[in-house]
Design a protein around this ligand. Sequence first.
Ligand SMILES: Cc1cc2nc3c(=O)[nH]c(=O)nc-3n(C[C@H](O)[C@H](O)[C@H](O)COP(=O)(O)O)c2cc1C
Length: 186
Amino acid sequence: MEESFKKKVEIMTNDVFQCMRDSHSVRHFQPDMIPDEMITKILEAGSWAPSAGNLQPWYFYVVKDQAVKNHIYEACVRQSQIEQAPVLIVILADPARSNEHYAERGAQLYCLQDTAAAAQNMLLAAEALGIGACWVGSFDEVAVQQAVKAAPRLRAVIILALGYSNEQQPEIKNRLRVAEVAKFIQ
Ligand SMILES: Cc1cc2nc3c(=O)[nH]c(=O)nc-3n(C[C@H](O)[C@H](O)[C@H](O)COP(=O)(O)O)c2cc1C
């Protein structure tokens, strides 16, 4: 990696709490491509996520190819952010790997939780790097799995649409108050 680029990435990263506050779903993107170095950083962030038994039952397929993106767009009920985003990361789970160690609970639950943890790490990394992202979960799973030519045993679980945002940063992040959802048992 070029030295000047490395510096730029480091300077642009933010504190993790700031990233959690600022990170939000971006659904309108500029057409500019994200540098591969940044995509790699985002993938690394995904791979640092925890997973049950550290099995890491995940695959991250990076899609830039327009024809493949078109198939995914159709499989995602034509959500426009899929069409606009210069890069998609399809996160796939390998339930069989989790099943070997944890049986039904591994295959049905842990491997999906593992991919969600990886996806959230990637969203925070994207935010830290100044890249907009949208988590997309509404799609025809088999159609996406076939579009990226994944092995039939793999489940397409999450798609992240990534690119430079073409939106204004929202003023507020709409969330339930912590007091509404948290309970201290002491
Ligand atoms: C499991 C899951 C599935 C989602 N699926 C979609 C989706 O298919 N399309 C979409 O536009 N956003 C999707 N989102 C993004 C949510 O709509 C968004 O995170 C939520 O409304 C909060 O908004 P914010 O991310 O801007 O804070 C999904 C998020 C999660 C966690």
